[in-house]
Design a protein around this ligand. Structure first.
Ligand SMILES: [Zn+2]
Length: 206
């Protein structure tokens, strides 16, 4: 199997489920363990993503706050992989932002592809990408020059016990990123890294 982000042949294993890529430092799940689309959708339908739930709002707050700080309401945004309860978009819309929604299962309309965006955000989505190379290439193309890509995913650090980590154990997660992986992405796709922290990454298209 090759790395789904950088195409390097995967050799080293972290455990019986995940490879570690020697080039991009991503953790890549064995592709024979990927869910079918049908099972994946069933799994997501069980998520409790109520837009009025304050716990869920707090969970997504780092992304919402970054957008409120860095973007203006006249800008066009895309909520990529918004799930069944697009809480960030609801909060931004209340403040006058215009945001398009896309989710392959819950908002599958592909009209979003006909626009370019000042900002795109993807909250707890990147770790589900079967093909991160194709997804990031697409998102890059959908951004205007200097457009922002805001990502919430939990980066792995070496102090964590990988095999027992909650993010590793989630059955729908297939690619886990490290700080180095996002440095690789910025360099190879053409982004400046604006923020790189454990649960929030902000990239700006060059
Ligand atoms: Zn790789």
């Amino acid at each position: 199997m090759n790395c789904t982000l950088c195409n390097t042949v995967l050799v080293d294993k972290m455990d019986d489920v995940y490879f570690i890529c020697s080039t991009c430092n991503g953790y890549v799940k064995r592709n024979d363990l990927f869910f079918t689309a049908e099972n994946e959708k069933k799994h997501y339908e069980q998520h409790h993503n109520d837009v009025n739930d304050t716990g869920y709002q707090n969970f997504t707050a780092p992304v919402t706050n970054a957008i409120l700080k860095l973007c203006k309401p006249n800008m066009l945004g895309l909520d990529y992989g918004c799930g069944k309860g697009p809480v960030i978009t609801k909060q931004l819309t209340e403040k006058g932002f215009c945001v398009h929604l896309y989710d392959p299962y819950f908002y599958p309309d592909t009209a979003y592809l006909n626009y370019t965006y000042d900002f795109i955000f993807s909250c707890e989505v990147f770790e589900h990408f079967y093909n991160p190379f194709a997804e990031i290439t697409k998102l890059y193309g959908l951004l205007k020059p200097n457009g922002l890509l805001l990502i919430k995913t939990h980066l792995f650090n070496q102090q964590t016990d990988f095999t027992n980590w909650y993010y590793r154990k989630d059955l729908t997660h297939v690619f886990i990123y490290t700080f180095k992986t996002f440095e690789f992405i910025a360099l190879n796709f053409g982004f400046d890294l604006i923020e790189l922290s454990e649960k929030l990454i902000i990239l700006r298209k060059k």
